[in-house]
Design a protein around this ligand. Structure first.
Ligand SMILES: NC(=O)c1ccc[n+]([C@@H]2O[C@H](COP(=O)([O-])OP(=O)(O)OC[C@H]3O[C@@H](n4cnc5c(N)ncnc54)[C@H](O)[C@@H]3O)[C@@H](O)[C@H]2O)c1
Length: 325
């Protein structure tokens, strides 16, 4: 028996576009909404303050993808010139359980996280959204913008803010080359970024005791807030001010809250998760005035549907290294 090992370079070279990942992730949410996935809430260990290593298993029917992502997030890595998110993903044969592949998961995580932003925007943003606000101009912010460009055809302007102005400048340089028709505005303060934003994505480090910079009254009527950073960026009052509070998985949200560290300030009523919206079980945005919040924690279904496409491409092209089990 042998399996395929795919390094980050191998994964990237398989040329899955954001459009491909969006299609896979939207379908994954649809199957989740139809009850065709198995995904227990992710357990984690926390070897250093504010750091996590999470185990994220899922099985997705129809796509026939089964596996586990073992992913870490270390805010202190940036001081060492290392990435915040690193990890591996194991894909198994659903018929036999035998491991088919082990692959780097940093690219997959970034792309499927961006795609989850695109899916939230598809169901919850005003379709005429023109301005995006981005807080935290790092890896996830880049793929989030890639997905917003695919989902919101009228997007014209991106207001960016990072604690480090140099990070904002790098983001604008890189993303400006990719999307030359967008206008980028560097904002010195989070409040400046919020002025006109129709869709706001936050991707700053998740910390145990946050001081959220985004407060009630900042998200404009008709706006959509998408949090990739738990409750690091938005105050409880800001989340509660929204007309609808959504997430990517209710079970995972409530299980995480039970540990008593995160999500203590979220609203009592969770309107829907993205699975219910993608499966058509609940309606997304109802009018142009609603303020909507999407808490996208990141779920294993997103990883497994993306990894399955990567695996099939590797089989077809001979990419990666074959290793004996
Ligand atoms: N929800 C998901 O699916 C998902 C997936 C992966 C990562 N994440 C989370 O997204 C966040 C960002 O991850 P990343 O890989 O993009 O990290 P990154 O290090 O590439 O980017 C984070 C950026 O935030 C900036 N920053 C730090 N503190 C800030 C503050 N207080 N205000 C403004 N900017 C600040 C940093 O300078 C950096 O540019 C992390 O919290 C990570 O855990 C979520």
């Amino acid at each position: 028996m042998e399996m395929i090992y795919l390094s980050r370079k191998d994964v990237e070279a398989l040329n899955m576009t954001m459009k491909d990942v969006l299609a896979a992730v939207d379908n994954g949410f649809r199957l989740k909404g139809l009850g065709k996935t198995e995904m227990p809430p992710k357990p984690g260990i926390h070897p250093r303050p504010n750091a996590f290593i999470h185990a994220m298993p899922a099985y997705v029917q129809e796509v026939e993808s089964a596996g586990l992502k073992w992913v870490s997030g270390y805010p202190s890595n940036s001081n060492k010139g290392l990435p915040y998110i690193t990890g591996l993903l194991v894909l198994n044969d659903p018929d036999t359980g035998i491991p088919l592949a082990v692959m780097d998961c940093a690219w997959i995580t970034a792309m499927r996280t961006g795609a989850s932003v695109g899916v939230a925007a598809k169901y919850l943003a005003r379709p005429d959204s023109r301005t995006a606000g981005i807080l935290g101009c790092g890896v996830q912010a880049r793929t989030s913008l890639m997905a917003l460009v695919e989902t919101l055809p009228r997007l014209k302007e991106v207001c960016c803010c990072d604690a480090f102005p140099a990070a904002t400048r790098r983001f604008i340089d890189e993303m400006g080359k990719l999307f030359s028709k967008l206008q980028f505005i560097a904002c010195a303060k989070p409040a400046d970024m919020m002025q006109d934003a129709d869709v706001v994505v936050t991707a700053i480090p998740i910390v145990v005791k946050p001081s959220p910079p985004l407060e009630a009254g900042m998200l404009k009527a008709g706006g959509l807030a998408i949090s990739l950073d738990y409750d690091a960026a938005w105050t409880s009052a800001a989340m509660k001010e929204c007309d609808k509070f959504c997430c990517d998985d209710v079970g995972q949200l409530l299980a995480t809250r039970e540990h008593g560290v995160y999500f203590g300030g979220i609203p009592k009523k969770i309107y829907a998760d993205l699975g219910e919206l993608a499966a058509g079980k609940k309606k997304g945005r109802a009018n142009d005035r609603e303020r909507i919040f999407a808490m996208n924690m990141g779920i294993a279904v997103d990883d497994m549907v993306t990894a399955k496409v990567i695996y099939e491409r590797a089989v077809n092209t001979g990419a990666g290294v074959r290793l004996p089990l």
